[in-house]
Design a protein around this ligand. Structure first.
Ligand code: ATP
Length: 452
């Protein structure tokens, strides 16, 4: 994404109520963002889409909503207490802190055109490990026994509930558990708007498979390939362009010691960011369940009754960021376009209609001759079925532009003809074509187009 587009998106998101900087009136909280009225709808639509694809539409995945605060031993077992770290160097001269592996790209706070270490008096320390988990205390006493963490990923809530869910639902391997929830990481170099933040939402699914023999007709590696493909298709169905998506296979160096294979789904954000991870698909072996078994002293084995075998399943994980994917959707859909016959161009968010926060704008052409009342009633009739925005102020062209900018797929205009034959014009955001539809058929028309 060119800095230009990112800046424009930040401004559009603020102006139109998608995303605000957290605690802005106090100067802002570092890399934390609030979703405004339109943003919360867009994000909800995105999460609903994931939930539908991963949970509702399948009989082999169950949903879960585990708590953010967990027993601190969870994070020892998972390896986060010891290993969820970034190496940091401090500069004793300017007191700034940098990620050791990114010093060459970092800016010196004394002169942003220079990198740390380039001034004669820079004093960079040896790298030290910095844990990215936020710590807090459970209960009234602030001592080391009361330390708990804000979860840095949602997955551990799934692992510790593996048997609860399996026994409650009587699912048989292969099956999955999915959840959507907040995660927190004290990132050293957050930034690029909502790309890397300290509080974010993840949509994660852990799929449990037989480690030794095919389950559900596939081996563990075949399940891994299956989920890679499923997740790519999901991103394509979101409307992300094919040539902006690619897989990145983790190299030997990137691969976690327990992982058998890992691929990232990357999206091309353009500009200096280029291709970046939006989702990880990981074959985690039996690492997580075995660790929790060892640390908790509780068996986390699956009993395959017909075969009378007990085993710790392998896990295939799909982990996608809701905020980062939302940014991909915005970058992918943002356009500045010339409009034939008009001097001023338009800014339009070409996002999937089912993701759009507002589905239809409803406008009376002019504020007289019964048009405002007709439009108001039409909006009221449609509102229980999908979000509509009723607007009667300003020139009609301006009202269209305001809806284009927030991605509203349809604009319904009540004009003189409506008052005689009961039809309204339906303007399509992408093609700009207008067709007349009977007002009492508009609900069905829009609903049909939204599900396409
Ligand atoms: P990165 O390398 O970008 O830090 P990661 O490999 O640590 O990401 P995972 O732990 O695999 O990320 O998390 C899965 C997904 O969660 C990522 O693909 C991303 O979409 C999202 N995510 C992770 N960290 C952040 C963050 N700080 N801000 C926003 N989204 C994030």
């Amino acid at each position: 994404m060119s800095p230009d587009v990112l800046e424009k998106l930040v401004s559009l998101c603020k102006r139109r109520g998608f995303i605000f900087q957290s605690s802005e009136i106090y100067g802002g909280a570092g890399s934390v963002w609030d979703y405004g009225p339109l943003g919360v709808e867009l994000k909800k639509n995105l999460k609903d889409r994931w939930w539908h694809a991963m949970v509702r539409a399948r009989d082999d995945i169950e949903g879960l909503d585990a708590a953010i605060l967990m027993h601190p031993r969870v994070w020892e077992a998972s390896g986060h207490v010891a290993g969820f770290t970034d190496p940091l160097v401090d500069c004793k001269a300017c007191k700034a802190r940098f990620r050791a592996d990114q010093v060459a790209q970092a800016q010196c706070p004394r002169k942003p055109s220079r990198h740390p270490g380039e001034f004669a008096d820079c004093q960079l320390t040896e790298p030290r490990l910095f844990n990215l988990m936020f710590k807090t205390f459970m209960g009234p006493v602030e001592d080391s026994a009361a330390v708990v963490y804000l979860r840095p990923e949602t997955a551990q809530g799934i692992y510790v509930n593996f048997l609860n869910v399996q026994q409650a639902t009587r699912q048989k391997v292969p099956f999955g558990i999915a959840q959507i929830g907040k995660a927190f990481r004290n990132e050293i170099t957050p930034g690029n708007f909502i790309f890397r933040t300290r509080e974010f939402e993840q949509m994660e699914m852990q799929f449990f498979v037989d480690p030794g023999q095919p389950s559900g007709g596939r081996t563990d590696m075949e399940w891994f390939e299956y989920w890679k493909e499923q997740r790519l298709q999901w991103h394509l169905a979101l409307g992300l362009e094919r040539d902006r998506l690619q897989f990145h296979q983790h190299t030997e160096r990137e691969l976690a010691h327990y992982a058998r294979a890992a691929f990232d789904v990357q999206f091309d954000f353009g500009g200096t960011l280029g291709f970046q991870e939006i989702e990880g698909v990981h074959h985690r072996g039996d690492f997580d369940l075995s660790q929790h078994q060892q640390f908790s002293g509780k068996r986390l084995e699956y009993l395959d009754q017909p075969a009378n075998r007990r085993y710790v399943p392998f896990v295939i994980e799909t982990s996608v960021g809701a905020d980062r994917t939302l940014l991909a959707v915005l970058v992918n859909g943002y356009r500045e376009e010339a409009v034939e016959g008009e001097e001023e161009g338009r800014t339009v968010l070409r996002i999937l209609p089912s993701l759009a926060p507002i589905k239809a704008g409803v406008f009376p052409l002019v504020k007289k001759d019964g048009m405002p009342e007709f439009a108001e009633k039409l909006a009221a009739d449609l509102r229980p079925h999908f979000p509509v925005f009723h607007d009667e102020s300003g020139a009609i062209g301006r009202r269209y532009r305001r809806q284009d900018e927030v991605g509203t797929p349809f604009c319904l205009t009540v004009d003189g003809q409506t008052m005689t034959d009961g039809t309204v014009t339906v303007r399509d955001r992408d093609t700009l074509t207008q067709e007349r539809v009977a007002a009492d058929r508009v609900r069905e028309y829009v609903t049909r187009r939204l599900s396409a």
